[in-house]
Design a protein around this ligand. Sequence first.
Ligand SMILES: Cc1cc2nc3c(=O)[nH]c(=O)nc-3n(C[C@H](O)[C@H](O)[C@H](O)COP(=O)(O)OP(=O)(O)OC[C@H]3O[C@@H](n4cnc5c(N)ncnc54)[C@H](O)[C@@H]3O)c2cc1C
Length: 488
Amino acid sequence: MREKINIVWYKKDLRITDHRPLFEASRLGSVLCVYFFEPEIMSGDDYHISHLKFAKESLEDLNRELSFVNGRLLILHCSAINGFQRLLKKFDIQKVFSHEETGNHLSYKRDIAMKNWFLHQKIQWIEYPSNGIMRGLKNRRNWFSCWQKYMRSSLVKTPMKLVAPSDHLKNDPIKLTPNLRNHSDRNYRQKGGRSLALKYLRSFLSVRGSKYLKGISSPSTSRKACGRISPYLAFGSLSLREVYQQVESLQNNEQHQDFYWKKSLSAFKSRLRWRSHFIQKLESQPGMELQNMNPGFNGMRSEEPNWKLLDLWQEGRTGYPIIDASMICLKETGWINFRMRAMLVSFVSYHLWQHWREPANILARLFLDYEPGIHYPQIQIQSGVTGINTIRMYSPLKQATEQDPHGDFIKTYIPALKNLPPPFIHDPSQLTKIDEIQFNFKPGADYPHPCVDHEFVYNHAKDIIYQWREKEKVKQHAQSILKRLVCR
Ligand SMILES: Cc1cc2nc3c(=O)[nH]c(=O)nc-3n(C[C@H](O)[C@H](O)[C@H](O)COP(=O)(O)OP(=O)(O)OC[C@H]3O[C@@H](n4cnc5c(N)ncnc54)[C@H](O)[C@@H]3O)c2cc1C
C-alpha cells in the first residue's frame, strides 16, 4: 500500500516562516515538501543561470530550516506534471498545498494544466494568496485597505515539528537546459538563502536605511543605501508581511525618530506597497507580459528588433558612458537601482526606438530580482505605452552629471574612461584634439563613439510619442485601464 501523504509544493516562497501552505499541511499528518526545477520554465527567454544558482542556494537554506523541524525537502528536475506523476507512483497523495503564483506566461500555463490534472486525479490542490495579491479582483476599489489589513495581520505560525514520510526519495541532479549552457553566472551577485536575506534586512533597518532617501537615485550610493532585499522577496526567502511589520514596528521605535530615519522608513514602506500594487496589475491582466497594456499603441514601434542596436545596448557599447556602465554593472552584479533601470529602458525605447519586448527579456535575465509582476508594468511605463503614466524620457548626460558627478560609478565599470575627468567622463565626445593628447585617449578606439545623436533621436521620439498619446484609441484604452488597474 502506498503511504498517505500531503505535499507542500514550493515555488517562489522558499522559507518556512509565515508560510500558510506549510502550516496547514503540517496539521494533517505526513508532509513532503517538493520543489521542481522545471525545464519549461528554465528554457524561458527570461531565465538566467544566476536565477538557477540563486534558487539552489535558497533551497539549501530552506532544507536546513526544514530539517530543524524534521521536514523533508525533495528537489526534482522535471515538469511539475511529471514530478507529481512520479510522486503518485510512490505515495497516496491526499492534498497539495501551495501559494498562488503571479508569474510569467509559462508558470500561468503550467498552473492551468496542473489544476486540470489535480482535478482528474481527484487530488485537492489548495492555494493560498501570496504577498497580499488578490486573485479574481475586478477593480481596485478598497484594494489598499484590504492589502494593509493583510499586512498588519499576524504572521502564520512556523510548525514546531513536521511528520516526514518514511519513504526516502533522492533529489535529482539538475541539468542545464540548452539556453543556459552558454550563460555564465554573475561574478558579484548577491547569494541566495534566508540567512543572508535576514542579514540584508537587519543591516538596512538598523544602519543603512537612514541614508535611504538621500542615496536611492545614485547608482553608487544606492548599492548600500537601498534595502537590497529584492531577490529575497522575489524567491520568497522573506515574506513581504514580515518585512512590512518590522518596518512598522521601527516607526514607533525611539532610535528611528530622527528626520532621516522617519522619511526613509516611510519611503521604504511605500515601496513595499508598490510591489504588491504592480504585481496585482499582472495578476489582473496577465497578457501584459506579451502585449502593450494599452493596445492603442500597437504599431507605434516595429515588433521586429534591430539586433545591431540592441546588441550595442545589451553589451554596454552605446558610447553613452552612464548607459554602458549601468549595463556592465548589471552583467557583473545582477542589480542596479530603480533610476538607472528606468533610464536603460528609456534609452532603448526612445533613443534606439525599440519595442519593449526584447529589452524586457534581456533585462529579466540580467535582474537577479526578476519579478514578472513588477518588471512588465515598469517596462511598459518606462517605454511610454500605457497612456496613463507621465512620459519620462531620460537624458543620459543629465543623469550622468547629476547621479555620478565625479564619474566614480562609470570608472568602476568602464576602466577605459578612468583617466578622464568630468565633464569628459560623462561625454567623451566633448574632448578636443588637444584634450585627447593630454588624456592619452582616442575616441572610437578606446571607447565607442555615441551610437546615435542624442539631440536628434530624443526630439524625434518626443514628437512621435506625444502624437500617439493624443490618439482617440489610446485615450479610450487609457480610460478603461484607469478603471481596472488603478487604486482608489
Ligand atoms: C524597468 C524596471 C524594471 C524593474 N524590474 C523589477 C523586477 O523585476 N523585480 C523587482 O523586484 N523590482 C523591479 N523594479 C523595481 C526596482 O527597481 C527594484 O525593486 C529595486 O531596485 C530593488 O532594490 P531594493 O530591494 O534595494 O529596493 P528598495 O528601494 O530597498 O525597496 C524595497 C522593496 O520594495 C519593492 N520596490 C522598490 N521599488 C519598487 C518599484 N518601483 N515598484 C515596485 N516595487 C518596488 C521591491 O520589492 C524592493 O525590494 C524595476 C524597475 C524598473 C524601472
